[in-house]
Design a protein. Structure first.
Length: 342
């Protein structure tokens, strides 16, 4: 039996494991075993965890994701583990209801927390789901959070629209349409199977919307799926703040590939290419024009950069608060450059 076949059989029997244990099975050293495991991962036959055991990730077969949880305790930061327990219990967490530490913790729990974006009436919301929860259950829970009991609401409206004793003199009352939900997208994990990378539409939402919308005796507009893709915001004409930024980047030989003015003369989001000795490096840049930038500004920008899977360049005009600097110095954020510009 070839070494890689032995490894696959070993994983099938034992579940997630470390290179040191694989090395004993194929009678070699850890370095060679790691090379075999990396090759199997590139063939998409096994997966690699983000969770580290003594500095080494776990290697496991597709379908063994439910066995990762037992390794979390003792190998995860205590505060992160508390958030993990809450996620496992509740299965779905709404970003806007979380404190800062929980938000940061979820971004580090890549094996267990799956980010989902839901756009309702043009407003984008971020949810976190337990990695083992099905798409059908996820759909149901998100709709319950956003819209409440839609079926009960629909029946109530139908009864109001069809009274038992019609009154000719009464004009029909218009029915308020429910919000329209856009496609839910799933972000790829750093070490996930490439087939799972990118956006994944939760089909249950589409089916729900189509079935309910087909009921002709009800005028209620229920959630339907819009085409994928985030609508591009119209960029206002360049203001003084934008012009100053462009001059700053030009002087630093930094290329701007994308630009979005969030607030005139106050906040701009950019994708930039920064020259380095190894070539150009792409950054997500958040530029703020305010007297003092605090930890909320920094954490919000960091989350946006994490979603884009890019390092962050945070540009501020005057100063940042002491708490924001302490948060950065604590190591809670990685791949972040904080720079003051004039």
């Amino acid at each position: 039996m070839l070494d890689q076949e032995k490894i696959l059989h070993f994983l099938q029997v034992t579940g997630p494991t470390l290179p040191s244990k694989v090395a004993k099975i194929i009678n070699t050293d850890t370095l060679i075993a790691s090379a075999h495991l990396s090759d199997l991962a590139s063939q998409r036959k096994i997966k690699i965890s983000s969770l580290k055991i003594g500095g080494s990730p776990l290697y496991y077969l597709p379908g063994q994701e439910d066995q990762l949880y037992k390794f979390a305790q003792g190998n995860t930061n205590a505060k992160d583990y508390q958030v993990l327990e809450i996620l496992k219990e509740d299965k779905l967490l709404r970003e806007q209801n979380l404190d800062l530490l929980s938000k940061v913790a979820l971004r580090s729990l890549k094996d267990f927390a799956v980010p989902l974006h839901v756009t309702v009436n043009g407003q984008k919301e971020l949810f976190w789901k337990w990695h083992l929860m099905s798409d059908e259950e996820t759909n149901s829970r998100i709709k319950a959070v956003l819209f409440g009991n839609l079926e009960a609401a629909t029946e109530t409206v139908a009864q109001q629209e069809a009274p038992s004793v019609p009154t000719p003199s009464r004009e029909p009352q218009p029915v308020q349409a429910q919000p329209v939900m856009e496609a839910v997208s799933r972000e790829s994990k750093d070490n996930a199977d490439p087939d799972l990378d990118g956006q994944t539409t939760l089909q249950g939402l589409e089916t729900y919307g189509e079935q309910e919308h087909s009921k002709k005796d009800k005028k209620l507009l229920l959630p339907t799926i819009k085409p994928r893709g985030r609508p591009r915001k119209k960029v206002p004409e360049a203001d003084d703040f934008v012009l100053m930024l462009e001059n700053f980047f030009a002087a630093s030989e930094i290329k701007v590939t994308e630009k979005e003015v969030v607030r005139n003369n106050a906040e701009v989001d950019l994708l930039i290419k920064v020259p380095s000795v190894v070539g150009e490096i792409t950054y997500f840049c958040k530029a703020k024009n305010k007297a003092r930038c605090d930890e909320k500004d920094l954490s919000s920008a960091y989350m946006e950069a994490q979603i884009k899977k890019l390092p962050l360049l945070f540009l501020y005009k005057k100063e940042v608060t002491k708490k924001a600097q302490e948060m950065l110095d604590s190591g809670a954020f990685q791949n972040v450059i904080l720079k003051r510009w004039e």
